[in-house]
Design a protein around this ligand. Structure first.
Ligand code: ATP
Ligand code: MG
Length: 183
């Protein structure tokens, strides 16, 4: 799975539509303090299904919607789309026929949210499942922020096990087992 493009609008400091292309190799995002570098990472985390406002450095989920600035009025909706390639084959079998997948998430000020997979409305669960076991999901290990290494080293064995299970590819089966047990 490789990110090809990220489109952000109304999300945090990105009031107008911003499109970021990710080329082959390593991408670095540079800029002065407060210019929105971490907001890009927050957008990636959010579009993959993050449900905790705290993990997105806010108090409530509404904080991710552009809240206005000196010259601009607040907006009513945040939208992030992430397009990624499936060339390495690390996607669930049902998506292998697509050369790229687009995941979109929207949030309105009234709290309503919408999720899309290749522009078709879907459930949050479909998005969570898509990223499960790939290591890039909202709770996975692919985003290592400040202090995370220390947190992993000092975490309890049960917490560390979550990362190992995700890397080994068993998270999906555990989730399916839980659903089956509930039925
Ligand atoms: P640093 O180099 O200090 O880590 P950064 O480039 O990572 O900075 P960010 O944390 O991404 O900066 O961006 C912070 C900016 O985003 C602040 O100016 C803040 O006001 C703005 N911001 C965050 N949420 C919103 C929002 N909902 N509406 C408008 N602006 C927002
Ligand atoms: Mg930052």
């Amino acid at each position: 799975m490789k990110i090809k493009r990220l489109e952000i609008s109304g999300f945090k400091s990105f009031v107008d539509r911003a499109s970021l292309d990710f080329q082959q190799g390593v991408t670095g995002i540079v800029g002065p303090n407060g210019c929105g570098k971490s907001n890009v990472v927050d957008a990636i985390r959010w579009v993959m299904g993050e449900q905790s406002a705290k993990n997105l450095r806010g108090r409530s989920m509404e904080d991710i919607i552009f809240g206005g600035s000196e010259f601009r009025k607040p907006v009513g909706m945040a939208e992030v789309s992430m397009v990624f390639s499936t060339e390495d084959g690390r996607v669930p079998a049902k998506y292998l026929n697509y050369s790229e997948i687009q995941v979109t998430r929207r949030l309105y000020r009234d709290g309503e949210s919408e999720y899309f997979l290749n522009k078709t409305p879907c459930r949050l669960m479909d998005i969570t499942e898509l990223f499960m076991d790939t290591g890039v999901g909202a709770r996975a290990y692919s985003i290592i922020e400040q202090g995370k290494i220390g947190m992993i080293l000092h975490s309890k064995p049960e917490e560390r096990r979550f990362l190992i299970e995700e890397a080994a590819g068993v998270t999906k089966f555990k989730a399916k087992k839980q659903v089956a047990l509930k039925k």
